[in-house]
Design a protein around this ligand. Structure first.
Ligand code: HEC
Length: 153
């Protein structure tokens, strides 16, 4: 039984259950794996001003025309969702079919923006609305976009 199962077990009259908690391999001893000691690439909280700057660039560049991002109230359907982008990025780089050069979630997001053809998200190979390469953006704007999307867990 893992940590969450213990919490639920304490609150509900259930006997024993396995709940899959991302980041904690099933069957691990809760005495050695506490939920507050599990830190991943998406656990950092950025300065609110930096996130706001990212949101401003996101809007200026009309990313939301093609992407869903609840924080930006955008609902574009031509590209994959940006909700949960950091978690998604961390998964992409681990896929055996990954063709990009990045090895961190952060780098993957940046690479996707400046060199979208490095890895094409499965299902979008034949999209008529391809992701443009935003090579015209300055470093500050790119950083802000990456910070914004890294907050998406
Ligand atoms: C014309 C539509 C369009 C616009 C505008 C657009 N994108 Fe995309 N984007 C796509 C498509 C389609 C994909 C999936 C294909 C690929 O991986 O290149 C994608 C993929 C991505 C990914 C990878 C997503 C994943 O699930 O792995 C990121 C990150 C991203 N875009 C960020 C941005 C940002 C930031 C902007 C604005 C600066 C932007 N996009 C603007 C169409 C667009």
């Amino acid at each position: 039984m893992n940590f969450v199962a213990i919490l639920i077990g304490a609150a509900l009259p259930v006997k024993s259950m396995e709940i899959d908690v991302p980041g904690i391999p099933p069957g691990d001893d809760p005495a050695t794996v506490q939920s507050d000691t599990v830190t991943g690439p998406c656990d950092t909280t950025a300065d609110a001003a930096l996130v706001a700057a990212g949101l401003a660039v996101y809007r200026e560049q009309y990313c939301g025309i093609c992407h869903v991002l609840d924080t930006a109230s955008s609902a574009g359907a031509f590209g994959p969702t940006h909700n949960g982008m950091c978690t998604i990025a961390a998964q992409r780089i681990r896929e055996s079919s990954f063709t990009g050069a990045s090895s961190t979630a952060e780098d993957y997001i940046l690479e996707s923006i400046v060199d979208p053809l490095a890895y094409i998200v499965p299902g979008y190979e034949r999209s008529r609305f391809q992701m443009p390469a935003y090579t015209n953006l300055g470093e500050g704007d790119l950083d802000a976009l990456v910070i914004l999307l890294m907050q998406e867990r």
